[in-house]
Design a protein around this ligand. Structure first.
Ligand code: MSP
Length: 639
């Protein structure tokens, strides 16, 4: 089937639909931001775009999480879906449709499609005996396992033996292979495609696509056997058809199908090619033009996991750094398709160098000079004969060309790199042409006009190009340039040409677009928020800490809290009264090398002069002495 009704070019892009057993994290944000960048770029290129995202709400994983939370699965889904729906606008994501698999429109499409495959004879009843990973919602056969853990996530798997309906996936093996061969772009990147091809060549088995209601109730009813619910992946993949209007709105479906990109993470590529493509082939529907698998983020070099407590919360990122700079980092830091490493330090470096230094400075210098030398009016340039002018203009045009190539290849980080080369070149142009010096000389006004026009025009082009990545920041720069059109509505074809900026446009100097992040200040802010009193380095230096060895320890009569200790400090022995007896007996503390505050004013406790204080770590239940890691002489300074 070919897309019809081509009054306008159409482009349909999807994100995976996210499980509602958990709140959004950086992985969800990454896919959705990338899809948004591509969708915005395509709108900018004149396409009629359909961009969808949503939530995957059925299956065992959701059922179990709901049970744990003492909620029905639907209640859990209704609560968690809000976390996704609220996040996307905060991340400046502009989708066209948000689909939930529990919606009636979807349930109907799923049932219709399964009926179709059943009528065709591609679904049959049998018995499934094998293994299942609940976190991945994946069936595994004995031969795929090396031990009793999931080959994908490494977690425990469960044995299943029950009646099940199967889809005749094996029947489509050859058709699938030749389809992939004839559509070389349908699975990307190349390395991932090759993995999928070898998986298919190793032999496709028929796919179990239902669970009995005895083992799982939370799913869409199988339309031709009420004792079964549909396997969550078989239901979820169909969301892409539902959104496009399959069996709902034929016009819409013709217009947008096949999907241009199903964007997914590398971990779910197999579902999106093998199960998805064969299901579509069986139904006589053309597969998506491309399934693109992006890589995974590690966090400070480690796998992200709840148990490690290193999950990156996109809400916090937006709060701390702002949506667009977070988007920029995600898109700039790794090449699309590869794995990447997230660290706050890297993020701050990107903000300070790429955004504040390079782009931010270009904006503020350009606007400030037009303000100062031409009372806010973009000046009229004269003919460009100077070498630097010609070079700048040439690079601008080249940048636009290359940018388009990279964006269309989904080399999103290279597209950004290309823009940044132009930004750096434009900053260099300021240094080379020294407009602030020309500004002082009356005779140099023509030259100054040309230079400042060139700067403003370069900045206008840069702003258009960065718009898909940082839509709100781009809008701010656009306004400071005095431009009134909606960036949302402009078209590259009309606007991405040199010389479109009208002389006489009134710039509007505004606030700093990308404030630098001072790491030192951020730490202080955090302490102040937690009401932690800050001391200066000099104050800290005044405290003299020493290692001492407990050589005598005895209880003090009349109290069960205190011990009297003699501490050997090498050149002297000191007495310390310590309120530690509830946690350490005299025998336990004897011989320990501990840390004491050496220059504390002596004080009398129970009639005994205490000549210092020992250090201990304290939480709700424990008091634990600070000792030394290796042996060291008594009296050593702690620095
Ligand atoms: N519900 C399925 C998708 C069904 S689509 C028909 C699902 N949901 S998910 O919520 O578990 O994950 C969604 C996406 O998040 C996947 O594309 C996955 O690759 C991505 N990520 C999860 N952790 C990630 C990282 N640490 N880094 C990058 N993306 C990762 O799977």
């Amino acid at each position: 089937m070919k897309k019809t009704n081509i009054s306008k070019k159409t482009f349909y892009i999807t994100t995976p639909i996210y499980y509602v057993n958990d709140v959004p994290h950086i992985g969800h944000a990454y896919t959705t931001v990338a899809a948004d960048v591509i969708a915005r770029y395509k709108r900018l290129s004149g396409y009629d775009v359909l961009f969808s995202t949503g939530t995957d709400e059925h299956g065992q994983k959701i059922a179990r999480s709901a049970e744990k939370a003492n909620l029905t699965p639907q209640e859990l889904a209704d609560q968690v879906v809000i976390k996704f729906k609220d996040l996307w606008p905060l991340l400046n994501i502009r989708y066209d449709d948000f689909i939930r698999t529990t919606e009636v429109r979807h349930v109907e499409v799923v049932k219709g499609l399964l009926n179709k495959l059943y009528d065709k004879g591609d679904i049959y009843k049998g018995e499934y005996e094998g293994w299942y990973c609940v976190p991945c919602e994946t069936f595994w056969t004995e031969t795929q396992l090396t031990d009793k853990t999931c080959p994908n996530c490494g977690r425990k798997i469960e044995k299943i033996k029950e009646e099940s309906y199967f889809f005749k996936m094996s029947k489509y093996q050859d058709q699938l292979l030749s389809y992939i061969e004839n559509h070389p772009k349908c699975i990307q990147p190349e390395v991932r495609k090759n993995e999928i091809i070898s998986f298919i060549k190793s032999g496709l088995k028929d796919q179990s696509i239902t669970r009995t209601k005895k083992s799982l109730r939370w799913g869409i009813d199988l339309p031709f056997d009420n004792n079964h619910v549909i396997y969550v992946w078989y239901d979820a993949l169909i969301n892409y058809l539902t959104v496009a209007g399959y069996n709902i709105d034929e016009e819409k479906f013709k217009k947008y199908w096949p999907a241009d990109i199903n964007l997914v993470g590398k971990d779910i590529l197999r579902f999106h090619t093998v199960i998805w493509f064969t299901m579509l082939m069986a139904a006589g529907i053309e597969p998506p033009r491309m399934v693109f698998a992006h890589g995974w983020w590690t966090i400070e070099g480690e796998k992200m996991s709840k148990s490690k407590g290193n999950v990156v919360d996109p809400y916090e990122m937006v709060d701390e750094f702002g949506a667009d700079v977070f988007r920029y980092f995600l898109m700039r830091e790794v090449s699309f398709g590869q794995d990447g490493n997230f660290s706050k330090n890297l993020l701050i470096q990107r903000i300070n160098y790429d955004l504040a230094n390079d782009l931010g400075n270009l904006v503020s210098r350009t606007i400030a000079m037009i303000n100062q030398f031409f009372s806010k009016k973009v000046p009229q340039p004269v003919e460009q004969k100077e070498k630097h002018d010609i070079e700048l203009k040439e690079l601008a045009l080249n940048t636009i060309k290359e940018y388009n190539i990279h964006m269309n290849n989904l080399s999103l980080n290279t597209a950004l790199e290309t823009i940044w080369q132009f930004i750096r070149r434009t900053n260099k142009y300021i240094d080379q042409t020294e407009p602030w010096i020309l500004g002082r000389e009356k005779t140099k006004q023509e030259r100054l006009s040309t230079i400042l026009y060139n700067l403003a025009e370069s900045l206008r082009l840069i702003t258009i190009l960065i718009y898909p990545f940082m839509p709100v920041k781009a809008e701010e720069i656009w306004r400071q340039l005095g431009l009134e059109s909606d960036l949302d509505k402009i078209r590259l074809e009309e606007e991405a040409h040199w010389g479109h900026l009208k002389p006489g446009t009134l710039v509007k100097p505004g606030r700093v677009i990308f404030p630098r992040i001072d790491i030192k200040k951020k730490v202080i802010k955090k302490m102040e928020e937690n009401e932690i009193e800050i001391i200066s380095y000099d104050e800290f230096k005044k405290i003299d800490l020493r290692v001492g060895k407990v050589v005598v320890a005895e209880p003090i009569s009349g109290t069960d809290k205190l011990l009297k200790l003699k501490i050997d400090l090498g050149k002297e022995i000191r007495t310390i009264v310590a309120g530690i007896r509830k946690h350490y007996s005299a025998e336990e503390i004897l011989e320990k090398k501990i840390i004491i505050v050496y220059n504390l004013q002596p004080t009398k406790l129970r009639g005994i002069e205490s000549q210092g204080m020992l250090l201990a770590a304290v939480d709700n239940q424990n008091v634990v002495l600070l000792t030394v890691d290796k042996d060291i002489t008594e009296g050593s300074k702690v620095q």
